[in-house]
Design a protein around this ligand. Structure first.
Ligand code: G16
Length: 539
């Protein structure tokens, strides 16, 4: 049977849901799991074509809906360097997902191959994994059917965090090259992180325990595994794992996890942490992390992605100065419109580092961060990492220290190039990075909080009839349509001290998000409500 016929036959078993329009969004396709079978099947076809278009390089497919509710699921593709799929191929994936019939799908497959001059006899390799959602194994089977039909080389890594799959893809594609990233196994991931962590800590011990809320998702079992590779808790870092119940998939992200904490600006109700206890929350696929604590008066304080970026950038700037590399390494920070104005001011004015703003979606931030030698990028929601350019890595590896102090700083910097996931934002790697910085500075969460004062802010989710009418520009800070909405928002912002607000369509949920900040909590809440009302009126 020809491979086209095999695809036709296999596709017939995964018909698309009627009347659903699919869109490869901020983080791939994401919606109710019961309408995703055909989409995941078709992503298998796209992944194998993408692999063939790159001469057989390994492509990853991750089945997850991250922070979304348990009934949702999603699928996203990983490019050979471990980064997100490039934008032109996102469009192909959307086209394939919306093909009405099996015949139309095969025609599109052929057209895509012809357009990109893909030799369909090239060997291809696709690796995949999933989070702990109940629908994951069914969707993985749909993906597998597609890969078998197009005669792809397949490796099923079963259950992994999203960043672990990105890591593995990068490792496979760099094996045997100068850029070799590590062992392409889960064990290789733990070994790389733990040995870099030991070197970066330089025998420092963090003070007090760290409580990690794992959102009842895949981060739980994976963190427990990572802990086995870390130094004993009394020697370096004592981690208490909570919300790690993956046996009840319905509890995923419910009243816990990074998105809950960031959006509701409070600790998970299940938290038993005491005053000043350092806590953090991962999201459903462990690619985001936020820290927080409650002070002695019982007031909750969030240390979000902006704070992690500021902490990491300050530490990296110190290390590059102390190691004698400051003159040759350009450090910069990339944020989105959600970044608190106070964090931007702190990074630009106090740290004297460049700040860039991009639309939401790590692919945009990651790309912008490559313009720096050390690019720190974080979304306020805790999704981000630090990337080192080839130039930076080579200089950090080969620099001759001129004093023991330079040597010390250089060794920490070298360890950080290994500790920080270079492929994508990774909650577990980011957590270890934060712990290294706090341990070296001898800081607890209060000192970290003290580096600047956040402007009070509010995030509101507004459900509208069609979120697609909300089209934004200027890194999503201004609405182009619906006509009249932006002037109305401008009017509301003008009336508030230090006011800033914007509305943008979510790329992962069927809603419009509104962000507002102002000088006081009351003004921020009021502004958010006013802008939400404008969105409702125009939506
Ligand atoms: C995904 C993306 C993030 C984005 C978030 C929310 O995160 O990877 O870059 O900030 O969705 O996006 P939106 O506001 O467009 O819904 P995750 O952790 O859910 O994969």
């Amino acid at each position: 049977m020809s491979s086209f016929n095999k695809i036709l036959e296999a596709s017939a078993k995964h018909p698309p849901a009627e009347g659903v329009k699919y869109q490869y969004g901020t983080a791939g396709f994401r919606m109710k799991a019961d309408v995703l079978d055909s989409v995941v099947f078709r992503c298998g076809l796209v992944a194998s074509l993408r692999s063939r278009s790159l001469g057989g390089k390994t492509i990853g497919v991750m089945i997850t809906a991250s922070h979304n509710p348990p009934v949702d699921n999603g699928v996203k593709l990983v490019d050979p360097t471990g980064e997100m799929l490039i934008a032109s191929w996102e469009a192909y994936a959307t086209e394939m997902a919306n093909a009405k019939t099996d015949q139309e799908l095969v025609e599109l497959y052929k057209a895509l191959a012809a357009k990109n001059r893909i030799d369909l006899s090239t060997p291809t390799h696709v690796v995949f994994a999933r989070d702990t959602r109940a629908s994951g194994s069914r969707l993985a089977a749909c993906l597998n059917d597609a890969l078998v039909a197009c005669e792809a080389g397949i490796t099923d890594y079963k259950i992994l965090t999203t960043p672990q799959l990105h890591y593995i893809v990068r490792c496979i594609n760099t094996k045997g090259t100068d850029e070799e990233y590590g062992e392409p196994t889960e064990k290789g991931y733990y070994e790389k992180l733990s040995s870099a962590f030991k070197l970066a800590m330089k025998n420092k011990k963090s003070s007090g325990a760290l409580t990690v809320d794992c959102a009842n998702g895949v981060g739980g079992p994976k963190l427990l595994e990572l802990i086995k590779y870390l130094p004993p808790k009394d020697e370096s870092l004592d981690i208490k794992v909570v919300n790690d119940n993956v046996h009840n998939p319905d509890s995923l992200n419910v009243e816990c996890g990074a998105d809950f904490v960031k959006t509701s600006q409070r600790a998970p109700p299940s938290s038993k942490a005491g005053p000043i206890d350092r806590c953090c929350s991962l999201d459903g696929d462990a690619d985001r992390i936020v820290y927080y604590f409650t002070d002695k008066r019982g007031v909750f304080h969030l240390l979000d992605g902006d704070r992690i970026a500021a902490l990491a950038a300050a530490f990296l700037a110190d290390l590059s100065r102390q190691s004698g590399l400051a003159d040759i390494l350009k450090i910069g920070v990339v944020q989105t419109a959600y970044a608190n104005g106070a964090s931007t001011k702190y990074i630009e004015k106090d740290l004297r580092l460049a700040v860039r703003c991009t639309p939401t979606g790590v692919k945009y931030l990651h790309h912008e961060a490559t313009n720096f030698d050390i690019g720190v990028y974080f979304e306020a929601n805790g999704h981000g990492t630090v990337i080192f350019s080839d130039y930076a890595r080579k200089n950090i590896a080969s620099h001759e220290p001129k004093s023991p102090a330079q040597q010390d700083a250089l060794e920490i910097l070298q360890a950080l190039t290994q500790l920080i996931n270079q492929a994508v934002g990774d909650a577990l790697s980011d957590m270890l990075l934060v712990e290294v910085v706090l341990a070296h500075k001898g800081w607890g969460p209060e000192e970290w909080l003290g580096i600047y004062n956040d402007l009070p802010n509010r995030l509101v989710r507004v459900v509208v009839t069609d979120r697609n009418v909300f089209v934004a520009e200027d890194a999503e800070r201004r609405l182009v349509t619906p006509k009249g909405a932006q002037p109305a928002i401008d009017e509301a912002v003008k009336k508030v001290r230090q006011g800033r607000s914007f509305a943008r369509a979510s790329g992962t949920e069927d809603a419009v998000r509104v962000y507002a900040e102002a000088e006081t909590r009351a003004e921020a809440d009021d502004l958010a409500n006013k802008v939400a009302a404008i969105v409702k009126q125009y939506g």
